[in-house]
Design a protein around this ligand. Structure first.
Ligand code: NAD
Length: 431
């Protein structure tokens, strides 16, 4: 089957490469000519474990191609996936301009039956909007619109795509469901559950899922704050809660607040969607408020541990919003680094993958070669993103580089008791 993937970003490139790996002929289209030129030259423009290999393998096999030519890609494909960005507007609602542009292009260029699949995260009602665009602008050809939200996580996107917890397909006709089942047939073989539903429900499943995960994160961050006020250990409380299988241990780690390309924008979009329908989604509103407060509290925590910040040298380890990605959309780490900068601290930064992307935001900082170089001459160290390579640092070597043994560990990577015994002034979150 020929598939056109419009939008070759974190989701589109991973989805395109993985569907090619399933045996489909995939053409990935992007309006960013530099991105497409890089991919055509064999360079994967984002950092995502395993992605380079799967892209190269499927390109070699002739099943994966890259182009900026949307017209011919639409003409030659049965299924057209929309995987473009849906960034937040200032009022929190998602900007659907790119989705609309792709729907209009499909309407203009469709030359027979097409299945138009939304992979982008979009509010309920977007499927109906796409149907309307196709019907009004091209009455000549049959089409089906499908909502197929994506749940992959950056940092483990390829393995998440190949072994998902579930596939959600929202469609209004059996023909489209059949096409989708054929596309995902390798996942049937490994008994992946399929949720086949209507378009509106599929669209809402994505916001409800991300909203719920965000609630869990804000909940544990509030518990952690209570622990700090009351002298309890948030790490132990989270563990004690998470072992209850009704609760589960995932997304129950106290930290500096949630960030990234999805949770902040999807929670505001869910709140906006509710408002548009005359309802206040109170839990989501509270979750966002708690998250804002959690993030803002981190600079006070650092100042309490390190003393007045003006003129001090801060080493910050980790910049991306989570480990194993170079994505710097709304990372708590960069919020903390920016707050340190505003407070007059000198910044030394290190991240295994996200430094190039960060330079535009914090141009005056020193970008270090590794964690120890980052710590050189620092008055205190902030562990902001828990990359694996920061989990087993040589603490004595680190201390030799620094002016003082002060660590603020926003990810609770290190054990407070061990750190204290080793002579560190150590501050975690909720402990
Ligand atoms: P991204 O910014 O990495 O990629 C989007 C790509 O679309 C860009 O390369 C952009 O140039 C391209 N594009 C925009 N308009 C276009 C057009 N008219 N024609 C061709 N290309 C166009 O974004 P992303 O992180 O891949 O997210 C895409 C969607 O998937 C969003 O709705 C997001 O919410 C959703 N999503 C993201 C993740 C994630 O972890 N990143 C996970 C699940 C769902």
């Amino acid at each position: 089957m020929n598939i056109c993937m419009v939008g070759t970003g974190y989701v589109g490139l991973v989805t395109g490469a993985c569907l090619a790996d399933f045996g489909m002929n995939v053409v990935c289209v992007d309006k960013d000519a530099a991105k497409i030129a890089a991919l055509q030259a064999g360079h994967v423009p984002i950092y995502e474990p395993g992605l380079e290999e799967i892209v190269a393998k499927n390109e070699r096999a002739g099943r994966l191609k890259f182009t900026t030519d949307l017209k011919s890609s639409i003409e030659q494909s049965l299924a057209i996936f929309i995987a473009v960005g849906t960034p937040p507007r200032t009022d929190g609602s998602p900007d659907l301009t790119f989705v609309r542009q792709v729907a209009e292009a499909v309407a203009e260029h469709m030359n027979g039956y097409k299945v138009v699949v939304t992979k982008s995260t979009v509010p309920t009602g977007t499927g109906r909007m796409i149907e309307q665009i196709l019907r009004e602008r091209n009455g000549r050809h049959e089409f089906s619109v499908v909502s197929n939200p994506e749940f992959l996580r950056e940092g483990s996107a390829v393995s998440d795509f190949l072994r998902p917890d579930r596939i959600v397909i929202g469609a209004s006709d059996a023909r489209a469901v059949e096409v989708m089942q054929e596309i995902y047939s390798p996942l049937y073989l490994i008994e992946t559950p399929f949720v086949i539903t209507d378009i509106a429900s599929a669209e809402l499943i994505k916001y409800a899922s991300n909203g719920f995960l965000a609630v869990k994160l804000s909940f544990i961050n509030e518990v952690a704050h209570l622990c700090e006020l009351m002298g309890a250990d948030g790490h132990d409380v989270a563990r004690g809660m998470g072992l209850d299988r009704r609760i589960g241990s995932k997304f129950l780690h106290p930290g500096p607040g949630f960030g990234g390309s999805c949770f902040p924008k999807d929670t505001s979009a869910a709140a906006d969607l509710a408002r548009q329908n005359g309802y206040t989604f109170r839990i989501i509103e509270a979750t966002m408020e708690v998250n804002r407060e959690t993030k803002a509290r981190m600079i006070d925590k650092i100042a309490k541990a390190a003393g007045p910040l003006a003129g001090k040298t801060a080493a910050v380890l980790g910049l991306s919003f989570k480990p194993e990605t170079d994505d710097i959309r709304e990372p708590p780490a960069i919020a903390v680094a920016s707050d340190l900068d505003k407070a007059g601290a000198k910044l030394r930064l290190f991240d295994p993958a996200a430094m190039e992307n960060t330079k535009a935001i914090l141009p005056a900082a020193h970008y270090a070669a590794d964690a120890y170089d980052c710590a050189a001459g620092a008055d205190f160290l902030v562990l902001a993103t828990e990359w694996n390579e920061f989990r087993a640092l040589d603490l004595e070597r680190l201390a030799r580089e620094m002016r003082s043994r002060t660590m603020i560990d926003l990810r609770n990577v290190y054990d407070p008791k061990t750190m204290k015994e080793a002579g560190w002034s150590y501050t975690g979150v909720g402990r």
